[in-house]
Write a protein that binds this ligand. Sequence first.
Ligand code: GRF
Length: 195
Amino acid sequence: RKIAVFASGSGSNFQAIVDAVVAGELQADIQLLVCDKPGAKVVDRARKHGIPVFTFLPKTFASKADFEKEIVSELQAYGVEFIVLAGYMRLIGEVLLGAYEGRIVNIHPSYLPAFPGKNAVGQALEANVAETGVTVHYVDSGMDTGPIIEQVKIPVLPGDTETTLQERIQKAEHQLYPAIINKLVQKDIVGGIVQ
Ligand code: GRF
């Protein structure tokens, strides 16, 4: 199965996905990294592994539809079938959804529907909850609102800071995400339906 990963930042989840492919635990071909921040660390990670990168600067386009059209044509040129969001810090618009709805998944660092949006780890600490989590879900037009595929709970420990809680959450993400992606692509599950 041909997949693309979208990311904007450090790319530790991207790295976990690459490592799982290399280890033979995730049977997928990463065709392309799509990145809206050309200087992001994730771009270096992709280059190191010889994975093609499509970077773009959103502000140089007149609209989201315009840059998404360009992304879709790149994805189609590479024959991409599934899109994996891994820290891609933008809402997906109607052009990408029109082409790939049901085939786009995201990972979010909370037990959704709690703490959607930015800084979910900080939000959980602020709320003083005893546990938070990680959620993998299909992507729709909302902010972390699509149908949930899988979730795990993560305890918040006394004395946790954003750094320590984030570390615990990311460890779980790096285990969970490649395994779920493998399930979805092997069984060709689209929007929850086995094709
Ligand atoms: C992850 O915590 C993910 O849940 C969220 O963005 C973060 C990306 O981190 N959507 P990284 O770039 O994969 O290290």
